[in-house]
Design a protein around this ligand. Sequence first.
Ligand SMILES: Cc1cc2nc3c(=O)[nH]c(=O)nc-3n(C[C@H](O)[C@H](O)[C@H](O)COP(=O)(O)O)c2cc1C
Length: 406
Amino acid sequence: MSPLSGKNILLGVTGGIAAYKSAEVVRLLSAANASVRVVMTRSAKSFVGPLTFQALTGYPVYSDLLDVDEEAAMGHIQLARWADCLAVAPATADFIAKMRAGLADDLLSTLCLAAEVPILIAPAMNRAMWSNPATLENIRVLAERGIHQLGPATGLQACGENGYGRMIEADAIYQAIQSLLSRKGSLQGLSVLVSAGPTREPIDPVRYISNRSSGKMGYELARAASEAGARVSLVSGPVSLPKPNLDAIVEVQTAAEMYSAVMERARTSDIYIGAAAVADYAPIDADIQKIKKNDPSLMLSLERTPDILASVAAMNPGPFTVGFAAETESLENNAKKKLESKNLDMIVANQVGGREGGFESDQNALTVLWKDGQVRFELAPKKQLAHKLVELIAERLQYSRNPRNE
Ligand SMILES: Cc1cc2nc3c(=O)[nH]c(=O)nc-3n(C[C@H](O)[C@H](O)[C@H](O)COP(=O)(O)O)c2cc1C
């Protein structure tokens, strides 16, 4: 049986050239036995006729918020409650801006506000419209709110230009909906917060103190947790990695920003995985102007940054807290000390500075410790380790909630 069988999917179609591709999305979903209802914006109807969608779904297309007949057939709140997920494909620049602003002046935007189910958007527009700071800012805010973003893809566009902005293919949209609605695994129903990457502590407007963390391990952990069925939020320092498809991604720069973003979300999370390499110290006062090289030496005064891991672990009630210890020596001893002093549920220790993986590498070897046990994961790709670690976290969490099960 298809995982989409019996699922209710609301497909929003907005006014872009790619609207014709949405017919194929409907066809794929219907073939997988999902029940699909289509909502079109007024502009979308200039690109594809509603009859196409009506024929493919077997139901009339919804469009008008204030139409008495439509509202009587299935009102907007009813439609929002009916859906297991809402996908907007294509999502125009205009519609994305509306969503970010929280407008509700037509049926589809009203549904986006009323729906309490996962929302996916597949942006599609000219490459200049996509790279406009207004659009990118809107997208960033939507990602922080947990809107799933699919694409866009790069390539030749209908306007003859080449670049990012094409809607991703119908099959990829179908796959994303399927994977979102068929989440099951060891973390099903749980919410996981992951922090990843380095932080940057400004010295002056052009310089900063940072470290060599690439964010790869944290990103793989966020992906693995999502694949294990969890709702995942990622708080990420500056990295150059592709964005995974998660429930929310919050981008930060400094340790102080990471602290606020994590603390805001930790209380409502079941698990916190602190995989970020947060700077321990930051310049007390970053210079407003670029520091000139007039003096033969330069003193920087640094102060401790907030201890995110310890602050989350001290929450009561708080999430199951997993820390990372990147050590250059006495790996196990230092990790054990950190586990105890910060009152963590689990710590993942890895050797850095040597030849065995660690920062920037795609591989790693890990020693995982908890109060009365430990396990060693030998050198392996970070993706593989992430899945093993997620399974171990699920097991330890279950034990901590119900100790007699072991
Ligand atoms: C021929 C044509 C093609 C368009 N294609 C797109 C597009 O691919 N993406 C987009 O964001 N806007 C596109 N637009 C602009 C939108 O149609 C316009 O912003 C409209 O107000 C969107 O309405 P909606 O977001 O309510 O559907 C296009 C306009 C025209 C005339």
